[in-house]
Structures are given as C-alpha cells and as structure tokens.
Design a protein around this ligand. Structure first.
Ligand code: HEM
Length: 564
C-alpha cells in the first residue's frame, strides 16, 4: 500500500493516498484532551523520559498557542488535537478526507473547528449548515481554490493568475474571467443541443472502442480500472476537443496527463517539481506542448462548442494561447478524474449483483421492444439511449446512488469575510475571515437525519421513492453545490448511464480469478469519488444467448418529444 502526503495551502493541497480500511487506528490523532493534560508531566516527581515528554509537549503547547489562531467562543466548537500544533495536520496528511469524517463521528457535532498552524478549518457536517454556506457562496468562497489550482497545478502565468484573482467576492457579477468562464460552461453543458452533440460523439466512440476490444464471439481479459480509464479518457476528450485532432489521442499525452494526476499533491507544493514529482512534471510539459500545438494549428475549428466558448472568453479577457493550453489541463482534470471511478463503481455494482443486473436488462429491453414495435424494420436493433434513460428512471436513480455512496468530495471553501451562519434550529456560528472550510460529502451523505435510517445502505432505487420534501437539497453533494456546483454533472450522468446501458445489454463481466469482492478504496486529492486501491483482471464477453445480433446505440435528440 502506498501513502503519499504533502501539505500546501489549504485542504486542496493536503493530499494523501491510503486504503480506507486502515484509517480507524488514526482516529486517535484527534482527542478531546483538556488544555492542561500534559502541563504537569514536566514536574520533577516524574521519571526522566516522562519529564522529557512533558517538556516537549509543553513546548508544543506553547507553540500551539503562539501559532494557532485564537478561538472565539462564538465560532464552532474547537476540537483539540492530541498532539498540539501539528496533530490535525498529521491526521489530515495520513487520513485525508476520512480524517474529518472520523472526528465528526466521534464528536457528533454539526460543525466544528480544527486549529491548524497559522490558521483554522471549519468542518461542516449537517445539511442545513451546508445550505447556509451555499447561500453565502460569495463569502464562503471557492474562488481562492480556483486561483491556487491555476497557479500550482496548471502553472499559469502571472497575467492569467491576476485575471483569475480579480473580484474574488464577485461584486461585479460574471464580468470577470473566472465567473464568466463558469457561466458559459454551465450554459453550454445544460441539457440542450450542445450537450446532445457531445453525447453523440461519446456514444459512438464508446460503442466503437468496446466493439474493437471485444469482437463478436470473442472475449477480452483486461485490468478493469485501467481499461475503463482508457476508453472513457478517449471518448470524453474526443467529444470536447473533436476526434480529428484531439491531443489526448496520443498515448504519450494521455499517460502524461495521468502522471500529473498521480503527482498532483507534490506538484501543488511548487517546490522542485522536476525532482520530487518528475513523472508528473514531465507529463505536464508534454500536455502543455500538445495543447499549444493544437491551438497553433487552428484545431479549434474541430472542437466542441464547449471548447470554442471557453476559448472566446479567455481571449476576450486577454489570456494568452499559452495559458489557454495550461487551462486545458484543468478542463481534462474536471472531465476525467471523477467520471472514471464513477463508471468503475457503476459497473462494479451492476455486475456484482445478479438481481440488479437482471432488473436493469429487463427494464432496458422493455423500452427497446416498445420502441421497435413502432419503428421501421432494420437489420440492427437501434437503441435510442436518451429515450431509454427517460422511460426507465431506475438507471438515473442507480447512478445517483453510486455517487452518493462513493462520493468523497470536500467542497473546500475559504472565508473571504467574517460571516455568521445559522442552522434550522437557530443556533448561530461565527466563521472568521481567512479560515478554511470543508463540507465533506461522505458525512453529509451518511446523515440519517437527511436520508433516513437506511442512509448507510446501498439502495439503487433510493432516488425513485425519495421524498424530496424531507431530504434537504444540499444533502446530495456528489456534484458539490452553491457557486461551485459542477457544470459537467449532466454530461457526466449521461455518459455514465450510456456506458451502463451498452455494457449490460451487450456484455457479461466477471473477475478472472475469484468472485466480486468489495475492494479496498483510497481517496485521492484531485478526485471527489473514491477509487479502488488495486486494479484486477476481469473477463468481458458478449452475452449468450444474445437477444439481438446487432446493436446500434444512438443519441438522437430529434426523436425525442421531451428533453430530460
Ligand atoms: C462523475 C463525474 C463528476 C463528479 C462526481 C464531479 C464532481 C464535482 C464536484 C464535487 C465539484 C466541486 C463542487 C464543490 O466544491 O462544491 C466539481 C466541480 C467542477 N466540475 Fe465536476 N464532477 C464530475 C464531472 C465533471 C465533468 C464531466 C466536467 C466537465 C468539464 C466537470 C467540470 C467541473 C468544473 C469546471 C468544476 C469547478 C466548478 C467551479 O469552479 O465553480 N465535472 N465537480
């Protein structure tokens, strides 16, 4: 098992890679130790080792008081680390997102404060306080993280960083670079013509690449995660950059991209990247180089509306082509790092649960039969994917549940001003300017107050019978919320459901060596969905007996009477 940890500004850059099953032993890092616990250990009546420990702890405690920001009683309750000064940092480095969850479980508070050297972090657990933060999104802001990401990971130039840092409080609405970019991304990626265009490409690409790997009558043995990563990576980037000139079609660029993702936390340190994150650093240069050439050779004309619209906004604000290429590293990160594990979990759940598999196959085939009665006869059975998604809502519910259960998003924020937030019962909490804040989705998704007594159970039909009056809107955090709500959520959901439909209709998937087992998982700093710690081989074969000989998966918006 590998562990990777580093710290930089805020929780976005406190990363780690660790199997979740090992986390319990580390819960002890956060205790509820009274201030004076160690104060008397330096007393002369104790043995020398105890006195030394006492003195060390005393020194740490003094440093803690000097370097950890003072705590106002109006702020959320302060959780003292067992090791003064650095206890929470060690806990975060070793456990990542699970650290907050473990403390939250122990202390049972709806919101609490972790003191950090020269700062503090509020952890928000209860859905109503999450709603309160989302409502004050200009002050409880995501914007500083966007700037830090552009500087540390995208290595954007000074001018672009200055443009991104303009008007952090968004008093000027969407007129500056950062909010305007998000505005057009949301506009382009809502259900409509542009999204349909992206989905047509994805669907063609996925069908074609699966057909290539598993030719009729044959089978393929592949490492499941790596295989999903490769076909989702190509299909998604072909859709947005255009399959003709997509730079990510070059395996060296694609591998370089994943090397950046692997070294994400180390690159975030901005300290000798060529030395401490050499693979990631090389991959990043290769990526920039390829995208620089993409724009220099007028390839934009082959791109999707999404990339064209982003380019226009960037140029309007004076971003250089060089930095547009750097920003594309951010686009590819958003596009791929969560969709890949989400597809993995979706396929894992459906192929490891025979009853669910049968139910999904029946449901999809029922919509196809109903459709084919009214359509023209043809040699191939045509599956209108958006029609299937609309008429068989279990698909949507199942994928949402996959994301609810496996989401590990931080929803990291930074306080740009002091702010008081209130919960539903009127309890008020002061949040101080300059503090970090996180709303870990895993805890919010586990809230039985929001999701009912079966909150911890995996229920594919949960969203079919959900009483939306009872479940607060902000209890579902798989795609974040507030101003930082994910603009790619419709595309991601459609892509995952399309792959699910193709896979269950055409193929059987089973592990090569043994049965399906719930894998150990790990969090990764860049992702909002947990990832299996180890890859394993699966056998994929065409279903036998296959009900239909030929399949033609289409995303034909014209056939639809209503849009989703
Ligand atoms: C299953 C797939 C995906 C998941 C689980 C996911 C999840 C998230 C989450 C949790 C956030 C942060 C929200 C917050 O902090 O409150 C986010 C932000 C974002 N996502 Fe996604 N995402 C997915 C796919 C995509 C795709 C396909 C795109 C398309 C480009 C995308 C683009 C973005 C962008 C640009 C942001 C930043 C928003 C901002 O700066 O305001 N995501 N996503």
């Amino acid at each position: 098992m590998q562990e990777k940890a580093t710290a930089g500004v805020g929780i976005n850059f406190i990363g780690y890679t660790k199997a979740q099953s090992d986390t319990d032993q580390l819960e002890n890092n956060a205790g509820f130790v009274p201030e004076c616990t160690y104060m008397f250990a330096g007393h002369a009546g104790y043995s020398p080792p105890v006195r030394l420990t006492g003195l060390l702890v005393l020194t740490f405690r003094v440093l803690h008081h000097l370097f950890v920001a003072s705590h106002d009683p109006e702020e959320p309750p302060l959780i003292q680390p067992r090791i003064p000064l650095v206890g929470h940092v060690i806990g975060l480095l070793r456990n990542g997102n699970s650290y907050h969850s473990n403390i939250a479980k122990k202390c049972g508070r709806p919101i609490f404060t972790l003191g950090l050297p020269r700062g503090k972090m509020y952890i928000v657990i209860s859905p109503d306080l999450v709603t309160a933060c989302d409502r004050r999104a200009k002050i409880v802001s995501f914007a500083p993280y966007v700037v830090a990401f552009a500087k540390r990971i995208l290595a954007a130039g000074q001018d672009s960083i200055r443009l991104l840092s303009e008007d952090l409080l968004e008093d000027k609405g969407t007129t500056t670079l950062r909010p305007e970019t998000m505005k057009i991304m949301h506009q382009v990626m809502i259900p409509g013509d542009c999204l349909d265009e992206l989905m047509q490409t994805v669907l063609n690409d996925v069908s074609r690449s699966l057909d290539t790997v598993i030719t009729n009558g044959n089978q393929a043995v592949v490492p499941m995660f790596q295989w999903i990563r490769s076909f989702v990576g190509i299909a998604s980037t072909n859709a947005i950059y255009g399959s003709e000139r997509n730079p990510m079609k070059d395996p060296a660029v694609m591998d370089g991209f994943w090397a950046v993702d692997k070294d994400f936390a180390l690159l975030g340190l901005e300290f000798l990247p060529g030395l401490i994150a050499s693979a990631g650093n090389r991959g990043r240069e290769r990526f920039f180089d390829a995208f620089r050439k993409y724009y220099a050779t007028d390839s934009l004309q082959t791109a999707s509306h999404l990339i064209k619209a982003r380019y226009e906004v960037n140029r309007k604000h004076g971003v250089s082509d060089e930095d547009v290429a750097h920003f594309d590293l951010g686009v590819c990160t958003a596009l791929l790092v969560n969709t890949v594990p989400a597809v993995w979990w979706t396929l894992y759940h459906v192929f490891s649960d025979e009853a669910l598999l049968v139910e999904l196959r029946r449901g999809i085939e029922a919509t196809v039969s109903a459709q084919s009665e009214s359509s023209e006869p043809s040699s191939a059975t045509s599956i209108d994917v958006p029609h299937v998604i609309k008429t068989f809502p279990l698909l949507d519910s199942f994928v949402k549940e996959v994301l609810r259960v496996h989401s590990n998003s931080m929803s990291a924020r930074f306080l740009l001003q002091d702010k008081v937030i209130e919960d539903d019962k009127g309890a008020a909490y002061l949040l101080k300017k300059g503090s970090f804040l996180a709303m870990p989705s895993a805890r919010v998704h586990a809230s039985s107050a929001a999701w009912g007594p079966n909150a911890s159970t995996f229920d594919p039909a949960r969203f079919l019978h959900l009483n939306s009056d009872k479940v607060p809107k902000s209890a579902y955090r798989a795609f974040g919320g507030g101003h930082a709500l994910c603009p790619g959520r419709h595309f991601a959901m459609n892509e995952i459901m399309s792959i699910l439909i193709i896979m269950v209709i055409k193929y059987d998937v089973a592990p090569l060596d043994s049965g399906w087992e719930i894998p150990e998982t790990r969090d990764h700093i860049s992702t909002s969905v947990t990832t299996p710690a180890k890859d394993f081989l699966v056998r994929i074969q065409p279903r036998k007996p296959s009900q239909y000989l030929e399949w033609d998966f289409t995303w034909e918006p014209k056939k639809r009477t209503m849009r989703r």
